[in-house]
Ligand binder design. Structure first.
Ligand code: MN3
Length: 199
């Protein structure tokens, strides 16, 4: 069964003016779609074809001969996760168990966001910044290119895509403005809380 390209969880123009329909038409409609297409072509007729996306990622991680499969599989997963990390009218602060856990592990919500912003801003070149659960503790990590913290045994709770294609049409070289807007107006803390509850 082929891997699918999931629809966006909101309309293509729903994140405007922060992320334009134009950006999402390329980012979701072209980039994400291409990763799905490339993955399906790469696993066709192999024993990876019937595994889950997570199983494919964990199976081929670290195998240089399967780097193409890893990169496309992880980018499919990372993007589907990223779309859900945003919502129209997002931003603000979490509440409940997630807020308590952030306060316990970072000292404050502001400190947590500060670490996330710093990781996203300082990832050199293409990659991702993440909030993860690592052995029961919340941590901020960053990864290059398609890398995903799940291959290090960490559970992703939140991500922000800092590949230039995520922001260049709307923010050009101003990655910090995109990151700042992500946290002020887009981030979906309910999704993060669900991921923590399911971990
Ligand atoms: Mn991307």
């Amino acid at each position: 069964m082929a891997f699918e390209h999931p629809a966006l969880p909101y309309a293509q123009d729903a994140l405007e003016p922060h992320i334009s329909a134009n950006t999402l038409s390329f980012h979701h409609g072209k980039h994400h779609a291409a990763y799905v297409n490339n993955l399906n072509n790469a696993v066709k007729g192999t024993d990876l074809e019937n595994k889950s996306l997570e199983e494919v990622i964990k199976t081929v991680a670290g195998d240089p001969s399967k780097a193409g499969i890893f990169n496309n599989a992880a980018q499919v997963w990372n993007h589907t996760f990223y779309w859900n990390c945003m919502k129209p009218g997002g931003g603000g602060a979490p509440s409940g168990a997630l807020a308590d856990k952030i306060n316990a592990d970072f000292g404050s919500f502001d400190k947590c966001v500060e670490e996330l912003k710093s990781a996203a801003a300082t990832q050199f070149g293409s990659g991702w910044a993440w909030l993860v659960l690592d052995g029961g503790t919340l941590k901020v990590v960053k990864t290059g290119n398609a890398e995903n913290p799940m291959t290090s045994g960490q559970t992703p709770l939140l991500t922000i895509d800092v590949w230039e294609h995520a922001y260049y049409l709307d923010y050009q070289n101003r990655r910090p403005d995109y990151i700042s807007t992500f946290f002020s107006s887009l981030v979906n803390w309910d999704f993060v809380a669900e991921n923590m509850a399911a971990a």
